[in-house]
Design a protein around this ligand. Structure first.
Ligand SMILES: [Zn+2]
Length: 81
């Protein structure tokens, strides 16, 4: 779970670029966690977590280049599978 995901901080918001169309968000680590939210991305599309507003973009999304250029890479916050 959560393999092939890269985390970036863009304008103080977390953006995840995912190689997979199926993503799961649990809010990350520590006290900021929330119940798992499963989302399906459309091809080259995006979706936002309803709990923590983290934005997931499928690789190839129109904003991917901007995120990679402007975003601050974060260490992968891998949820325990
Ligand atoms: Zn979330």
């Amino acid at each position: 779970m959560n393999q092939g995901q890269e985390f970036f901080l863009v304008d103080d918001r977390e953006v995840v670029i995912s190689q997979d169309l199926y993503v799961c968000c649990d809010g990350g680590t520590g006290a900021l966690g929330h119940p798992r939210e499963y989302m399906t991305l459309t091809r080259h599309g995006g979706n936002r977590c309803g709990y923590c507003s983290r934005l997931f973009l499928h690789a190839g999304h129109a904003d991917e280049a901007m995120v990679r250029e402007k975003g601050i890479p974060l260490p992968n916050v891998v949820a325990a599978a």
